[in-house]
Write a protein that binds this ligand. Structure first.
Ligand SMILES: *Cc1c(COP(=O)(O)O)cnc(C)c1O
Length: 600
């Protein structure tokens, strides 16, 4: 029994990627998984390095590792451990190598994704790593002590007292050394703000300190991290901070998944070289107004819509029209991505259709609204959001008065293969995060390549997409990132509810879409300031969002203009190729040069 138990416990470590972190066991399993994969990767590279080299000072010129998000950041301590304990290097030498061989890419500012491991868990599972992390922390803070002392001394005493709560000594408690107090904000090891006395390891801080560079994944995101989560580190070494705007592979996300468009583009440009040099898509721009091309462009989209309609029929059993606007939101289900904002506008549309006369109904642009996305298995509110889509779908899709004017579909088991079917068929897609919360987004780029118009906020890579294709060609709404902190503070007093918002909330709570109790929490979270504070500012952005939706409806009635824009989207997508992105990493972080691939 014990022999097989051991084996099972070992196999557990790599059985499922990102185990559920709702339980203690799941969390420990995550840490075990992280150190397992990181250590395996580093040890493998050590073995290959040693086949040809013996001096580890050369290691960073042969191998650079990008720590992709905080999950593999234990690499800082593990690389130190390997260099010191197995290769016999001195600390200072090992640290210099580590800081050249590692780089860090941050993907999000959401606090739940910035891992902080309890020191107790770390000590239990990885005692040697904890020892190393403690030493890194001590040396790091020690290196800042002089600077901090000078700052404190430069701060005039009287003024410091007068501006209590503002200066460097704001948090000094009686008896605490003011230098130690001022150094606390730089610490890798920090106090859990919600549990006094519990110490945590801030993995992102360790990654910034123990690496050659830190980058965000879109221009706005790289800028935000410099002034928010890594502010104090940016002040110390601004040169470490970079931007690498994400990209997606045009092979999969255009040439392979959309053969109709691939052929049309190749015919229009006179060659298929664009597949390797995506910038060449800009050659489409001059043809965007060509009525002949527009008609062919629409025919390709129509074929793709029919393919998706068949998929929907086969998988969820709903007949959807193919002459409606295909409006898509597919991405992880998360409150910050605001699938529920989209759903509230769909409910509003439904209520408006119901209230309209048969004559007025003819003016509505028919829509097929498609949702897809996975969620973290322990994410309570995400389940409510998914149920909201299916519950509204059950009512709307079966309402004879509505007919083909509105269909609401949730496609289960979202993954890359499904995205390859949905994206080429989409005419408008949603990228509507609260400004400042989306790192980059990459599906926005996939949709753009496939000539799908974007309804979005000025967040993540949407900002750069707007620069490439012209903001006036997108449906943009919502508050800007710089206004979000202030609006959040003012939420408690928010009174400016749009009357349409109130009707939507009433419809949900009256049970018009089934079990009102089930949706109570979801509504309270955005609508009841005594219970929550609408952190993601749905109520705030709602009216402007409906305005953008209306703009989209109006434009859809002019199919030539819609298609012209669609062509401009594809023409302006060259920058978002992963070839450009990887090239930027290669030159500016990994410092590797391309080598010719021998032809067969
Ligand atoms: C592209 C892609 C994502 C990322 O989508 P965003 O909208 O950028 O968050 C997630 N899941 C799958 C399957 C994808 O193909």
């Amino acid at each position: 029994m014990q022999a097989t138990q051991e084996k099972r416990r070992a196999e557990d470590i790599s059985a499922v990627l990102y185990p559920n972190d709702a339980t203690e066991y799941g969390r420990e399993l995550r840490l075990k998984q992280q150190i397992f994969f990181v250590s395996a990767g580093l040890q493998d590279s050590f073995a290959r390095f040693k086949e040809q080299h013996s001096d580890f000072n050369e290691f960073p010129s042969k191998a650079v590792f990008t720590m992709n998000d905080t999950h593999p950041t234990i690499a800082v301590a593990e690389l130190m451990r390997l260099l010191i304990d197995t290769e016999g290097l001195e600390w200072d030498n090992a640290w210099a190598i580590t800081c050249k061989a590692l780089a860090f890419t941050n993907h999000t500012v959401m606090p739940e994704a910035l891992e902080k491991w309890p020191v107790s868990v770390m000590t239990k599972l990885l005692p040697r790593h904890m020892e190393i992390i403690n030493k890194i922390d001590t040396l790091w803070k020690g290196s800042l002590a002089d600077k901090v002392k000078a700052q404190i001394e430069a701060e005039p005493k009287a003024e410091a007292k007068a501006s209590k709560g503002k200066g460097l000594i704001e948090d000094t408690e009686a008896g605490e050394d003011p230098v130690d107090a001022a150094l606390a904000k730089y610490g890798i090891i920090c106090e859990n703000p919600w549990e006094k006395g519990v110490k945590l390891v801030n993995m992102a801080f360790m990654a910034v300190i123990g690496s050659k560079s830190t980058n965000g994944v879109a221009a706005i995101h790289s800028d935000i991290i410099k002034h928010t989560i890594f502010k104090d580190f940016y002040e110390i070494y601004p040169e470490k901070f970079q931007n690498k705007t994400n990209g997606v592979t045009p092979r999969r996300w255009l040439a392979y998944c959309n053969p109709g468009l691939r052929e049309l583009i190749t015919k229009t440009l006179g060659s298929n070289e664009w597949i390797k040099h995506l910038d060449q898509l800009s050659g489409l721009k001059q043809h965007a107004g060509d009525k002949e091309l527009q008609a062919q462009w629409r025919a390709v989209k129509q074929e793709n819509k029919e393919r998706l309609a068949n998929y929907i029929k086969a998988n969820v059993g709903v007949d959807v029209p193919t002459n409606a606007m295909y409006d898509v939101q597919i991405k992880r289900i998360h409150e910050y991505k605001r699938q529920h904002l989209n759903m509230f506008s769909i409910i509003n549309r439904y209520l408006e259709i119901k209230a309209a006369s048969p004559e007025e109904r003819k003016k509505f642009v028919p829509r097929v609204c498609v949702f897809g996305g996975k969620a973290a298995s322990a994410y309570y509110m995400a389940k409510k959001m998914i149920r909201l889509v299916t519950a509204v779908g059950e009512v709307v899709n079966n309402d004879a008065e509505v007919g083909d004017l509105l269909k609401v579909i949730f496609l289960p088991d979202y993954n890359v293969s499904l995205a390859e079917v949905i994206i080429p068929a989409a005419e408008m897609s949603h990228h509507i995060s609260t400004a400042g919360t989306e790192g980059s987004g990459t599906s926005n780029m996939k949709f753009q390549m496939n000539g799908c118009l974007i309804l979005g906020t000025m967040d993540g890579a949407n900002v750069e997409i707007a620069q490439e294709i012209g903001k006036e060609n997108m449906f943009v709404f919502g508050v800007d990132a710089e206004d979000v902190p202030r609006l959040r503070e003012e939420r408690a007093n928010f009174k400016d509810y749009d009357p349409r918002w109130v009707k939507v909330m009433d419809a949900l709570l009256s049970g018009q879409f089934g079990d009102a109790d089930y949706f109570q929490d979801l509504v309270d979270n955005v609508n009841d300031m005594t219970k929550s504070n609408d952190w993601f500012l749905l109520a705030n952005d709602f009216a402007d969002y409906l305005r953008a939706q209306k703009d989209a409806d109006e434009l859809y009635k002019d199919q030539d203009e819609w298609t012209r824009r669609s062509i401009l989207y594809t023409a302006g997508s060259g920058f978002f190729s992963s070839d450009r992105c990887i090239d930027d990493y290669a030159r500016e972080i990994w410092e590797v040069k391309p080598v010719p691939v021998p032809s067969s």
